[in-house]
Design a protein around this ligand. Structure first.
Ligand code: DSN
Length: 432
């Protein structure tokens, strides 16, 4: 029991140590990643992992839940305060699980919903044909226009033509803010429920740096690990609770259940078994951090850094999809630079800069090759980079992409990235 991981399982310890080094000394520009605090890591690494707690606080199927009840109550209260909403469920293991609970509550197999096309920046769980959401339901899509932006008139036309029961907003590669009011008016026109998956911008929404979907969307889902800077996980939220429109009733009383009750039971027992109480504790810690005034400063800096990044790329002749960004994300269309997303990702990785290849709207390459790369500023902002350093980073990326096979350029850039990371230290431990 007393043994340290280092001596008990040296292989796993070594892999963790290598990953700590990779995170410490490489530049993390994957838009969906971030670096959590030591407190978040400690909560997630705690003995709470041992506890089964199916059910909700005060209504569990197991004994011994008094302390994990406190943890989950704190997580829920803090999330409600952070997003100023009536109801949350902090149990989804991931954003995909949270989204699955929405489908389970709102649609029957074969029913129609409308979401942003994956090829135009949408998410796998918003109706991709290879995901359960596209396999079990009739997925229809809206897209972006040639300018890289969503046109609400086109969304309205699509909604009228397809008569969806559910409309989703949210994306994994869309750098513009959403007009939630316009989406809601379309949803009301076609009698659909409106669902926002705010996984990417959740931290910026919490900090009020972006428009708030909660007053407009019937249901909101998120991950907790991207701009929100918590542990990997998911969450469901409702701004103002309401009676479910499907007339689903409570078994004994016959009372029409609220939407929150449908979603609670869709998570458990509908989708999941025992919640991960150690992750819920880590979520609670992250929510407390996000409630501090410093988090607002952080979110503003994430956005300012992304804007400078987009501008710097454009001034170097790069094609930034939509001509800029409103959030933490920059999508580069590399077709005019004669390099594919795959080759760009590989060349940058060799210089310790981590990005992901990404489809761009109207792409002519397949998803394994792609014409673009997606970059984000959430992680580098956590480690303290500001506008001036972001401009330096863009210069270094440009040097690599201009000469992807030049070894001397690569080693020069790599050493500059190492210096930049050393002057913005991250983790000073291997395990907490
Ligand atoms: N795969 C995540 C992303 O990178 O955006 C979304 O789930």
């Amino acid at each position: 029991m007393k043994k340290h991981l280092f001596s008990q399982d040296p292989e796993i310890y070594a892999a963790i140590e290598c990953e700590v080094k990779r995170q410490n000394f490489g530049l993390e520009l994957i838009a969906s990643e971030n670096f959590v605090s030591k407190s978040v890591l400690q909560a997630q690494g705690s003995v709470l992992t041992n506890k089964y707690a199916e059910g909700l606080p005060g209504r569990r199927y197991y004994g011994g839940c008094e302390f994990v009840d406190d943890v989950e109550d704190l997580a829920r209260d803090r999330a409600k305060q952070l997003f100023q909403c009536d109801w949350v469920n902090v149990q989804p293991h991931s954003g995909a699980s949270a989204n699955a609970a929405v489908y389970l509550s709102c649609l029957k197999p074969g029913e129609t919903f409308l979401g942003l096309d994956l090829a135009h920046g949408g998410h796998l769980t918003h109706g991709s044909p290879v995901n359960f959401s596209g396999i079990w339901f009739r997925a229809t899509y809206y897209g972006v226009e040639k300018d890289g932006r969503i046109d609400m008139n086109r969304v309205r036309e699509k909604a009228k033509a397809t008569a969806p029961k559910l409309i989703s907003i949210g994306a994994s590669a869309y750098s513009r803010d959403f007009d939630y009011e316009a989406f809601r008016s379309i949803a009301d026109e076609v009698n659909a429920l409106l669902w926002m998956d705010m996984a990417h911008p959740a931290g910026l929404i919490a900090a009020k740096v972006l428009n708030d979907p909660l007053p407009h969307a019937h249901i909101v889902t998120t991950t907790t690990h991207k701009t929100l800077r918590g542990p990997r996980g998911g969450m469901l939220l409702i701004g103002k609770d309401f009676q479910n429109p499907f007339g689903k009733t409570a078994p004994k009383s016959g009372r029409v259940r609220n939407m929150s009750e449908l979603l609670d039971s869709a998570v458990f027992p509908g989708m999941q078994g025992g919640p991960l109480m150690h992750v819920i504790a880590a979520k609670a810690v992250a929510f407390k951090e996000a409630l501090q005034p410093e988090f607002v400063d952080y979110a503003k800096q994430v956005r300012a850094n992304a804007m400078v990044m987009a501008q710097s790329f454009m001034s170097r002749g790069y094609d930034v999809v939509s001509g800029g960004t409103d959030n933490h994300l920059v999508l580069l269309d590399l077709r005019s630079k004669n390099i594919t997303g795959r080759d760009a990702e590989r060349a940058l990785q060799a210089a310790e800069i981590t990005v992901n290849k990404n489809m761009v709207p109207f792409d002519d390459q397949n998803p394994f090759v792609t014409s673009g790369i997606r970059l984000g500023t959430a992680a580098v902002t956590t480690r303290g980079l500001r506008e001036a350093e972001i401009e330096d980073v863009v210069l270094l990326i440009d040097r690599i992409l201009s000469e992807p096979n030049n070894e001397s350029v690569r080693s020069n850039v790599k050493s500059k990235i190492r210096t930049l990371c050393e002057t913005h230290p991250l983790y000073d431990f291997v395990i907490t």
